[in-house]
Design a protein around this ligand. Structure first.
Ligand code: AMP
Length: 197
């Protein structure tokens, strides 16, 4: 099962990916998590990415495509993966097509979680509260200014990725405003038509 989850920040991609990762026994490949790990480890990529991420901008396609190309070659990804937060530009989507073709792989599904932008700020505020309550560190980009930049980047650079997959007849859209369990059921329904896992 090779799945892409698309949707703006706060749409619930991370929550849903974690559920399907368990169900299908495949890894969730979150470029945001990979980049945050690189920032924490102060690797050369992390040092380059930190300021851009903190401000809510997009890290360069070259860096992100390189990280994903390496990651999907790892042994745990041979049975499939869920891409969360990638591709975020049409360039990245084209690079993904090329790397999958090179490995004779194809995508099973591309699912977009559609959400009401006005509700996203509330979701981010709750995410911050939950992290604080759990004594976990709050993401540097979970603040109103960076969040606005992240949404702008989504509208300008990532929304065309949905159109890219729509043109190929691959895109399925789901109401991301529904309760998380309902969203999971709707994703399940889409995947039941394409399960090769
Ligand atoms: P996320 O955890 O998916 O919200 O990503 C957090 C941040 O990491 C984003 O705001 C970007 O700065 C960076 N990032 C994650 N994935 C990508 C990507 N595919 N392309 C460019 N930047 C990314």
């Amino acid at each position: 099962m090779r799945l892409i989850l698309l949707g703006p920040p706060g749409a619930g991609k991370g929550t849903q990916s974690a559920r399907f990762m368990q169900k299908y026994g495949i890894p969730q490949l979150s470029t945001g998590d990979m980049l945050r790990a690189a920032v924490s480890a102060a690797t050369p990529i992390g040092l380059k990415a930190k300021a851009i991420m903190d401000a809510g901008g997009l890290v360069s396609d070259d860096i992100v495509v390189g990280i994903v190309a390496d990651r999907i070659r790892e042994s745990d990804a041979t049975r499939g993966f869920i891409l969360d937060g990638f591709p975020r530009t049409v360039n990245q989507a084209q690079a993904l097509d090329a790397m999958l073709a090179e490995q004779h792989m194809d995508l099973d599904s591309v699912i977009e979680l559609k959400v009401d932008e006005a509700a996203l700020l509330d979701r981010i505020a709750s995410r911050v509260q939950e992290m604080v309550a759990a004594g976990k560190p709050v993401r540097a980009d979970d603040n109103p200014d960076a969040f606005k930049t992240r949404l702008d980047a989504y509208r300008t650079l990532t929304a065309p990725v949905s159109a890219y997959y729509e043109k190929k007849g691959r895109l399925r859209t789901i109401d991301g405003m529904a309760p998380a369990d309902t969203v999971t059921e709707m994703i399940d329904e889409v995947l039941s038509h394409c399960v090769k896992a």
